[in-house]
Design a protein around this ligand. Structure first.
Ligand code: HEC
Length: 153
């Protein structure tokens, strides 16, 4: 009896997990606690391009909410925490997960999910089915953020 109940419960769980949904760009087995340990792209990451994406309006426009001491950008917002020295506090895998989909760290966060296409709202037709950033872009940003080390001033 208990066994039958268990099977019914598991079948129900499976149904929920298998409900048709937009595809996931990052499979659950790529995620390890709060990190995506392996790169999303094979190409060599370009930290300088990551910095450009961080600042530019067409890229991540991360400066809208984040400051980095010493960064050459006119406007830097403070909705999110300053990312000065973030490369000393978070591993590349932790940074990758946060750029990909911060919702996985903190549901309801104001920070956009930059590499996700499932469960998105208010997506314009032109952007439907496309993540904000490509896998290469995410890697370039991870390389840039990792390079921001705390210095003993
Ligand atoms: C609309 C505002 C917004 C934008 C745009 C934004 N973020 Fe964030 N970000 C936040 C907030 C808010 C948090 C803090 C969440 C929390 O409390 O954990 C955060 C947290 C982070 C963290 C973790 C910081 C820490 O100290 O743990 C990283 C790394 C990060 N953001 C990187 C980025 C990058 C890279 C971009 C651009 C691709 C970006 N963010 C764009 C709002 C934003």
């Amino acid at each position: 009896m208990i066994r039958d109940g268990m099977i019914a419960f598991l079948a129900c769980l499976l149904t929920v997990a298998c409900t048709p949904d937009s595809p996931r760009l990052v499979a659950p087995n790529q995620i390890d606690v709060d990190s995506i340990p392996l790169p999303l792209a094979d190409t060599l990451a370009d930290a300088a391009h990551g910095e450009t994406l961080f600042v530019s309006r067409d890229g991540g426009h991360c400066v809208l909410c984040h400051q980095v001491a010493g960064l050459d950008a006119e406007f830097q917002g403070d909705v999110g925490p300053a990312l000065t020295g973030i490369g000393s506090r978070l591993s590349p895998g932790q940074l990758r997960l946060r750029v990909v989909d911060y919702e996985l760290v903190q549901p309801g966060v104001l920070m956009p999910s930059y590499y996700r296409i499932h469960d998105l709202y208010q997506v314009s037709d032109a952007h439907e089915g496309k993540p904000v950033l490509s896998a290469d872009d995410v890697e370039d940003l991870v390389a840039y953020l990792s390079s921001l080390k705390e210095t003993d001033a």
